[in-house]
Write a protein that binds this ligand. Sequence first.
Ligand code: HEC
Length: 140
Amino acid sequence: MKAPFILGLALVVLAVFPLTGSAQETAKISFNDTIKPILREKCAHCHNVETLPDRFSVESAELAFVKTKAGQAIIVPGKPDESLLVMALESPKLHEKAMPMVGPGPNVDEIKLIRQWITEGAEWPKGPAGKIEPLFKAKE
Ligand code: HEC
């Protein structure tokens, strides 16, 4: 009576764990659920076309995937180490490119999420689905 039960239990455990493992590996970071709130709260009040007209803006995919005047890409899908956005966030606070310039930035976990999102291909929906409305717009 006991042996089949234990065997059955072992099979169930074996069946469930590989499944949950692979489910976690394939669950990509969601732009809308995870990345959008960080950019809206920590960046959008400066990085919008009104406050910083000649810089990249986080208001939409069309405005975010741009290069700096010096020709450096801000977000390179799949390549966080080539993305100026990641460099700016991971820089020590005193580095000239450290972001944000003023105010609280993303915490360590949020920076990891942004890095991971870029590694996974930096999917940012085009059009209205990917729009970020700044909470307020800083005046320079
Ligand atoms: C208080 C305003 C402010 C906030 C908040 C802010 N930035 Fe910036 N950011 C600036 C300014 C101003 C520059 C231009 C700096 C320079 O020329 O040295 C800049 C430049 C950058 C650059 C370099 C690209 C460029 O066009 O020069 C990146 C990347 C960047 N910011 C990312 C971010 C990210 C990501 C956030 C949110 C976590 C953020 N910033 C929050 C003001 C801000």
